[in-house]
Every structure is written in C-alpha cells, then in structure tokens.
Design a protein. Structure first.
Length: 431
C-alpha cells in the first residue's frame, strides 16, 4: 500500500478534475433539485390548492423514495456492467419530464404516480456516478471527488431554496415545478457529449495518462480480497452493517431536507421568500465543512473519524432542538443548521470508504444495495417527520425521532467503518 501512496503523489491526468467533476456535479444537482423542491411546493400553496391533507402530503413527499428503492440495484448493475453514460442520459430526460408534470396535474392519484416514477428514473443515478468516479479517481483522490459530486446536494438546495421562493411568489408553485424540470432534459445532451464510461475511451487523455491511471487503479484493487458474486457480498456482515448505517442516516437527513421549509415557514413572521433564504443557510455552511472534511479525510486516509462522530453530534443537536423549541427562533435555527451540517459532511469519506474496501466486480451492486436501504430510510424519515409535524402541530417530536436515528447510525458506524486493512476479508466465501 505504501507503494501506491507514493506513486499517487505524482499528479496524473489533472484534466480529469475540470473535465469530469463539473459534469457529474451538475447532473447530481439537477437530480437533487427535482426531488427536494416538493417541500417548497407543499409550503407554497400546492397542498391548499389540491386539498392535500397533512398525512397525504407526507406520503407524497416520501413516495419518491419508494420508487428510488425498487429500481436502484438493477439500474446500477447495468451501469456497472455496461454503460453509466447511457443510463444517466435517459434518466435525465425522463425525470425532467416527470418533474415538469408535477406542475401540470390536478389529480392526487396522478401526483402519487408521478412522485413514484420520479424516484424510479433517478434511482440509479447517484450510485452509477459513484461507480464512474471509482473508475476515474484513485484512493487518495476519491473522498474529494465524491464530495465534489455530493456538493450537488447542498449547493442545489442552497440556490433552489432562494429561487424556488421567488418563483412561487411570482408565478406560483406550478410554474416552479415546470421551470425547474426543464434543465434536466436539456442537460442530458451535454452529458452525452462530455462523459466517457472509462478513461480508456477518453480522446482527451494521452496514452501515457491512460496507462498510468489504469496501472494505479489496478494496484489498488490488488489489496482488496475478491468476492465471488453479488449474493456473497450482499450476505456479508460488513455490507449489512453499511446498509443499516445508511438507512438510519438517511432517515434523519431526509426528514430534515424535505420538511425544513415547512418547519421554518411555520414560525411566526416567516414568509415564503424569507423561508427560502433561511433554508439556504445550513447548506452554505455544509459546503464549507464538506471541503474541509474531505481534504483531511484524503490526507489521513482515516475515514472513520469523519463519519460516526458527526452522527453523534447531530443526535445531540436534535435533542437540544427538542429542549429549545421555536420559542427562541434564532437559537433553534442555529442548532438546526448545525444538525444539518453534521449530516452532510460524512458523505465524501463514507462513499470513498465503500469503494476502497469492496472489490470492483461487486462494488456497483453493493453501493446500489446500500443506497437502496438509504432510500428506505429516506422514505421513512420524510414520511414520519411530515406526519408527526402535521399531527402534533410542531416539530418537537420529529426532532427526537431524528436524534434517535442519528444516534443509532453513529453506533452502526463505530462497528462497521474501520480501517481498510481490517476489512480485506469481507466474508469467508469460497472463491
């Protein structure tokens, strides 16, 4: 491993960073835009116009993740074995169409179908891009590369929170969905032109760059014990623990993401535009924190210390929110922002860790399985938080629920996330 570290000190194909990272960043940004703007639509008049109850609104907000769960593994295996480029191209077009359709309907049953299908067409995009990054970036680069991809999450919500507020105020919630769905369709053609599945297919890399990168990535795989097939990997204790960790983590973070606008909008004197500006603050802080954490994670190659402690801090923050409530708005808003930051910063180290401990032949399917359980957690978190907020009339109970999910994810992280040298034997499978 020392040889790999020393060789990777020499920059290889620096052009990868400015050719690929902006493209995957924009792609994931558009995916996140069209899943997270539902919270603004609900707070901006959609629920009132369509006579949607709080229970039904919770179901609609979370139904996306059910479609996301069911179709993720087959899509990612296709991307891993055949072409991530082709899969994401068609996903962009179809999720853009369904996102636009959200602003055109009046029937609640049709809206339920649209939310489900939006999840279906976005399901394989994130794990497929993680697989793509693992083919283009080395171990010492991967946390930073994954973090730059994940910036599509907080950066998108940062500007979406502001723009969506203004769009709803000026044009109404229907036009917000329509205008925010169009960019995905247009971007699909840029994606097709700019992305290659593997370095060997890239005309903009020299032969020496292709060879050096291929050799280094191959050496990294040699330190990982191979696994016979997907079934063997899916039954391993390690993968099961990672699935549990991500389920609990996603429960907390999507309860936060989907319903943050509604939580803030419920405070006295907070209009929809001010809600947009305030909703952007946690994501702005998260961007800065993610840069710092990913840098030190790659520098030390110790992923564990940047994962489970963050969840523990988030659990403490939500407990404090329960005690403070909204009676002291700015104090509670500061703690709420801290809770959001603690849930975002582990993304880069966590997904870098997965690609470092799982062999390439099953990494795509394993990432999809882990992300599928994350989708289940997101479904549960977004539904239960919305339901509790509607039933109780405030957010106090949902804060305790999110605190519990993060505490459990922290415990799972202590067990599951260890140094790679201790995880080379994923199972006792017969190879």
């Amino acid at each position: 491993m020392q040889e790999i570290r020393m060789e990777s000190k020499k920059p290889i194909a620096v052009s990868r960073w400015y050719r690929l990272i902006p493209v995957v960043f924009i792609t994931y940004s558009l995916a996140y835009l069209d899943r997270a703007n539902f919270g603004f639509g609900a707070a901006g008049g959609m629920a009132a116009d369509l006579h949607i109850t709080s229970t039904m609104s919770s179901l609609m907000g979370s139904l996306f993740f059910l479609g996301y769960f069911f179709f993720q593994i087959p899509g990612t295996i296709y991307a891993s074995d055949k072409s991530a480029k082709k899969l994401i191209f068609w996903s962009l077009i179809f999720w853009g169409l369904f996102a636009m359709a959200t602003g055109l309907i009046n029937n609640i049953k049709v809206l339920l179908f649209i939310r489900f299908m939006l999840g279906v067409f976005e399901s394989a995009v994130f794990p497929s891009m993680l697989v793509l990054i693992s083919r283009w970036f080395t171990r010492e680069e991967r946390s930073r590369a994954n973090t730059l991809l994940m910036f599509g999450n907080p950066v998108t919500i940062l500007w979406m929170s502001i723009i969506s507020g203004y769009l709803i105020q000026a044009l109404g919630w229907r036009w917000m969905f329509i205008w925010e769905g169009i960019p995905a369709i247009l971007w699909a053609f840029f994606w097709w032109k700019l992305v290659n599945d593997k370095p060997g297919e890239a005309a903009w890399l020299s032969l020496d760059e292709k060879k050096s990168l291929a050799n280094l990535l191959q050496k990294e795989q040699q330190i990982i014990k191979p696994v016979k097939n997907y079934a063997t990997a899916f039954k391993s204790k390690l993968v099961i623990l990672l699935c549990l960790l991500y389920l609990l983590w996603s429960f907390g973070i999507y309860g936060f993401v989907i319903w943050l606008p509604s939580i803030l909008h419920a405070a006295p004197g907070i209009g929809i535009v001010k809600t947009g500006w305030l909703s952007a603050v946690p994501y702005l802080i998260s961007i800065i924190a993610m840069i710092i954490v990913s840098y030190f994670s790659d520098r030390s190659l110790n992923r564990k210390m940047y994962i489970w402690p963050c969840f523990l801090l988030g659990a403490i923050a939500f407990c404090c929110l329960y005690l403070v409530g909204l009676n002291h708005f700015w104090l509670s808003f500061s703690v709420l922002s801290l809770a959001g930051v603690t849930m975002y910063v582990p993304y880069g180290p966590f997904f870098a860790h997965i690609t470092e401990i799982l062999p390439a032949n099953i990494a795509g399917g394993a990432i999809a399985l882990i992300n599928s359980f994350g989708a289940l957690g997101a479904f549960g978190g977004s539904y239960l938080v919305g339901y509790l907020n509607g039933k109780t009339g405030d957010s106090a109970t949902s804060y305790l629920v999110m605190a519990g999910s993060l505490l459990l994810s922290s415990i799972a992280g202590m067990i599951a996330v260890k140094e790679p040298r201790n995880l080379l034997s994923i199972s006792k499978a017969k190879l």
